[in-house]
Design a protein around this ligand. Sequence first.
Ligand code: GLU
Length: 483
Amino acid sequence: MPKLTKTRFAPSPTGIMHIGNLRSALYEYLIARSEGGKFLLRIEDTDRERYVEGAVSAIYRTLETCGLFHDEGPDIGGPNGPYVQSERLRFYRQYAEELVRSGHAYPCFCTVERLSGLREGEEGEFSGYDRRCRGIDPAEAARRVEAGEPHVIRQKMPLDGETTFTDAVYGTITVQNKELEDQILLKTDGYPTYNFANVIDDHLMEVTHVVRGSEYLSSTPKYCILYDALGWEKPAFVHLPLIVGEDGKKLSKRHGSTSFGDLLKDGYLPEAIINMIAFLGWAPGDDTREIFSLAELEKIFSVKGINKAPAVFSYSKLDWMNEQYIRGLSHDVWREMIRKIADPLFGDRPYEADMLARVLQPRVTKLGDIGEMIRFLTERLPYDRELFSNKRAKLDASLALDILRDLQPKLESLPDWTEESLPALLERTCEETGRKKGQVMGSLRVALAAQQVTPGGATETAVILGRSESLARLEKALAFLNG
Ligand code: GLU
């Protein structure tokens, strides 16, 4: 019977969640779900120097916000816990000792000073550790370890031959063993290096697919040698392509926001971010659609669709996707989003949230743009005579003054202030005065907004602002035009 697919997201709590981390999590989640398997979360916190307070909670928050729920992990437990590496030190020690016994690893007593001297003196071909302690007689090494001499455990790489493995995305890769450094497995303080811990844990946690960024591709032969030394079956390796900006350069802050948190702050919806990230290295075969919910992705995702070509993160594409998601939100959900943004901006001044939401839904690209889009509503902007002139409508400031003078008493005596009564009044005014709609609506729009272009027209603006604020603005406009 084939093994149950099991993937893991194994972040190091060393900072914020980058797009690349989130892509790993998403692909791992999707591979597990699409194959009816399990997705586990493991916290790789053995690099104590790089540990960042709060990073673990950001990991949980991000996974939850994106709907990437795990089946095993530090918070919910599972059959192969603990799921935090700093709580698993006994396993790493146990297997490191086993590797020493079987001749696949050795204690190294070289001091930090010696090692840094080595690096400084480095010349030509040599890079990394010079294997001095590899030659120490095992019995003597064991005595020195027993006597408490500080040491690390190093992997004993084969000195000849080659190592070959097949990556699901990059294909078959072969390296010459002599090029591989005798890397440290266990540090002096008993903590494992990432290079060791990931192998032990992936095996003990029964991970079937190791999915991660391509920066780990070059270390994978070393992991393969460890699997073989321990007599363990290797998982499938799925390395993901580099993420680049539209200029082809590695994605960085220069291109725009590169962390999940910053993208949220810009005002992208988690669903749109996930949809965008799904395409960073994967494509759904012949299907040319681009909008997929997480539930749809869970059905159609497959390792076969992952491509090794650098994946382009396009902010304009993300903008477009975000628009699609915003347009598709139910009115109630969207109105609540708008209220969260607009309430603090309007302060204690009333506004009609329902109309504001309707005006914005077809027009907003990202939530972060809204504050600026509605500044003409949340603040009274200064007037300028030029604002009232519109060549096409044959409107200028003096005609606008006449129109607004005529409108003011009519608006003041309008019994109700609604999206039906207001346009009806404006229509009637056009008929009575023989003026064009563009002239009447345009004058009122500028009087209310103090800008020529607004999301929504005069009526919508008047409804959002309400009677009292609208009439106050009209009064101000008249005073300005009279002045
Ligand atoms: N802890 C590693 C990282 O955050 C995980 C790499 C892997 O998935 O094996 O990059």
